[in-house]
Design a protein around this ligand. Structure first.
Ligand code: ADP
Ligand code: MG
Length: 321
């Protein structure tokens, strides 16, 4: 039977890059980046709440880190390293090996090595806690409070697929293997927009990732920045996998659907070319979806420019600070 320390050695110890002290001591050590600030963020993933118990462990390892890297991306921060807390209800080595593979593979892509953590037995469900560390020059961090009236509002990637995959897997929608196949990747293998976040330093004025849905997360920027916004529904980049779905389901997925590890950001209209260049350099797709307004509140305009009133429930009132 493997001990706690065998598991750590087997699945979580990788040689740390030069200059870092990784797994194996009381603390990890990494150099304080000269002239920058440390960006750090934690996300907790709980079985039954954030993932289905039978989810592919490799994708779960990937996603556990991806959702955290997405927070660094939304700040414009460069990843430094991460720590992983695991509460395991049982010892299942094939599961752990696949989980670790998915985690380390994404860590390698983004230069965000696993440098520490904690591993315990859980009396109940599986719980995963990941903390990431990154670096960003203070004055270039993409905060939520930097938007100004008349800024363009942009979104990266496509909207809607993760919400549809979730509802299909959860049995809220009738089984539809084809649509599930077309949407599932967005839910289980999100690609954090780290390169885009860094490329938007000094270009975007504010940013957030859409982990809780476009309207709700944009609402956080608006509240923090004390501005409003008008979005053009027809301009939103919608995943083609949603083609042919009932309009109410589409609307809910596009405007309200969470688990979208894309960036919503604002930038001055004079910087449109720079935004496009940043996206090109980062290999990301970005779409202009509306603009910030001096008048508080968030409206979504239909194709004829009229405010839509049937916005996803829970997201139709926004703090107008
Ligand atoms: P401590 O008793 O000081 O908490 P542990 O025995 O829990 O130390 O951990 C030993 C080493 O293994 C530490 O460096 C810790 O950061 C690392 N570690 C433990 N669990 C994990 C994990 N799940 N992922 C990465 N590193 C881990
Ligand atoms: Mg410990």
């Amino acid at each position: 039977m493997a001990s706690e320390f065998d598991l750590i050695a087997r699945y979580f110890t990788r040689s740390a890059p030069a200059g870092l002290l990784g797994v194996g001591d009381d603390c990890a050590l990494f150099p304080a980046p000269a002239g920058e600030q440390i960006a750090t963020s934690t996300d907790l993933l709980l079985e039954g709440r954030h993932f289905f118990p039978d989810v592919d462990p490799r994708s779960l390892g990937h996603k556990s880190l991806a959702v955290n890297l997405s927070d660094l991306a939304a700040m414009g921060a460069r990843p430094i390293g991460c720590v992983l807390g695991l509460a395991l209800p049982r010892l299942d080595e094939p599961w752990l090996a696949a989980f670790a593979d998915g985690f380390h593979a994404l860590a390698a892509v983004h230069g965000c090595p696993l440098i520490g953590g904690d591993t315990t037995r859980s009396a109940h469900d599986l719980a995963i806690s990941v903390t990431v560390f990154g670096a960003v020059p203070a004055e270039l961090a993409l905060r939520r409070d930097g938007a100004r009236a008349d800024d363009d509002i942009w979104v990266s990637g496509e909207l809607g697929a993760a919400d549809v995959a979730y509802r299909l897997l959860d049995g809220q929608y009738p089984a539809d293997p084809q649509r599930l196949a077309a949407t599932r990747r967005a839910l289980e293998w999100p690609e954090p927009q780290v390169a885009l976040g860094m490329a938007l330093r000094g270009v975007a004025r504010s940013a957030i990732d859409i982990s809780d849905g476009l309207l709700q997360d944009l609402g956080h920027i608006l509240a923090a920045s004390r501005v409003g916004a008008a979005l053009d529904y027809a301009s939103l980049p919608v995943a083609t996998a949603l083609d042919g779905m009932p309009e109410d389901q589409r609307l809910r997925a596009i405007l309200g659907g969470g688990d979208v590890y894309q960036l919503c950001f604002t930038a001055p209209a004079a910087r449109r070319d720079e935004v496009s260049r940043a996206a090109l350099a980062a290999g990301a797709r970005v779409t202009r979806i509306g603009r910030a307004t001096a008048q508080p509140g968030l409206t979504v305009l239909d194709a004829r420019g009229r405010p839509m009133d049937a916005l996803p429930r829970g997201y139709d009132h926004f703090p107008a600070a």
